[in-house]
Write a protein that binds this ligand. Structure first.
Ligand code: NAD
Ligand code: ZN
Ligand code: ZN
Length: 347
């Protein structure tokens, strides 16, 4: 079978790999239907994760059809269409019992990282009973792909950790797929003001379409001053960081009001300047985290009602055989006006 593989900094290939086999009774083999490329995959491509073994198949988001089941799998049979969660969970370790699936002792984020992933024709999914979801017939495959990672990430690590409440003023810094997922799921909780900050005007325009009340282009104006001009000097109830660089952390720490929440979602490759000398007095809650996907079942129900305009996040479609080109387009996301890309298994 063909697969997108990683060999090191700026070295990905589309090559033949052996079809995966069941290794443990709790595994299934899935024939991929649709997958996508994540900002995290771009980070891998750019050399952020040298710990990844050469030859690893990338990808941790997608929808597939079960082709083979291990003898210990109880909830799935051959032919079921399933959503693959970016997080694998055994369901029984100390962390799984606390719903901190991100830290599962035999799982967590392993797909397309520590084990072969889903940007391919067939994938092995461990702990299938806890790591897959049946897709209601009312949910389109492409919409379902948005629920593997970005939607639960935005909801759990952005909105829930940010404790967004009715009437709140919130700021989302970063309007990539993750920031947009924060924007969509924040609206479950009816904040009165939602400010989205980014450098990319095209993404900001889309944020207005998706429910932002204000946008700030931080390439053109001082983001901290612009946010305070909208909500007042004290700042926002929740500042949600969805980029992962020092500059955007800094905006967040300067715009959150006393008693507020700063929820960091971005994956940082460097230290940030944490202004503890100014923040110690503010009674803030500052959170960090990797998505647990514990709210995926709830998000599936919300998506099934078609109330979330998830299709609007999809800007490009490619076949699996064109995946190297799809990486190129996604790498030039701003120029190509790309947000989320769907890759269909045509092989
Ligand atoms: N915590 C988790 O569990 C988790 C899960 C998935 C992704 N992530 C991380 O979330 C972050 C966002 O992911 P994404 O896929 O949306 O990424 P992305 O790269 O598509 O989006 C980032 C956005 O930030 C904007 N940006 C860059 N520099 C900026 C600046 N100085 N000021 C304002 N905006 C700026 C870009 O224009 C872009 O729109 C990444 O760091 C990703 O690795 C975290
Ligand atoms: Zn991802
Ligand atoms: Zn576990």
């Amino acid at each position: 079978m063909k697969a997108l593989t990683y060999y090191g900094d700026h070295d990905i290939r589309f090559e033949d790999k052996e079809k995966p086999k069941i290794l443990k009774p709790t595994d299934v083999i899935v024939k991929m239907v649709k997958t996508t490329i994540c900002g995290t995959d771009l980070g891998i491509y750019k050399g952020k994760n040298p710990e990844i073994e050469p030859g690893r198949i990338l990808g941790h988001e997608g929808v597939g059809i079960i082709e083979e089941v291990g003898e210990g799998v109880k909830n799935y049979v051959v032919g079921d269409k399933v959503l693959i969660s970016c997080i694998t969970s055994c369901g029984s370790c100390e962390y799984c019992k606390k719903q901190l699936y991100a830290h599962c002792k035999d799982g967590g984020w392993i797909l397309g990282y520590m084990i072969d992933g889903v940007q391919t024709e067939y994938a092995r999914i461990p702990h299938a009973d806890n790591s897959l979801y049946k897709i209601p017939s009312t949910i389109d495959d492409e919409v379902a792909v948005m629920l593997s990672d970005i939607l639960p990430t935005g909801h759990e690590i952005g909105v829930q950790y940010g404790d967004v409440k009715p009437g709140d003023a919130i700021a989302i810094v970063g309007a990539g797929p993750v920031g947009m997922s924060v924007l969509l799921t924040a609206q479950f909780y009816s904040p009165s003001t939602i400010i989205v900050v980014d450098l990319d005007q095209n993404r900001l325009d889309m944020a207005m379409e998706l429910g932002a009340t204000h946008v700030v282009n931080s390439g053109k104006e001082n983001a901290v001053e612009a946010v305070k001009a909208i909500v007042g000097e004290e700042g926002v109830d929740a500042a949600i960081e969805a980029v992962g660089i020092p500059a955007t952390w800094d905006i967040c720490q300067k715009i959150v009001k006393p008693g507020g929440h700063l929820a960091n979602v971005g994956v940082h490759g460097k230290s940030v300047n944490f202004e503890i000398e100014k923040l110690w007095i503010k009674n803030l809650t500052i959170t960090t985290g990797l998505v647990n996907t514990n709210t995926t079942p709830m998000l599936l129900k919300a998506a099934a009602t078609n109330k979330l305009p998830l299709k609007k996040l999809i800007t490009h479609r490619f076949k699996l055989s064109e995946i190297l080109h799809a990486y190129d387009v996604f790498l030039n996301g701003s120029k190509e006006k790309a947000l989320k890309i769907i890759i269909e298994n045509d092989l």
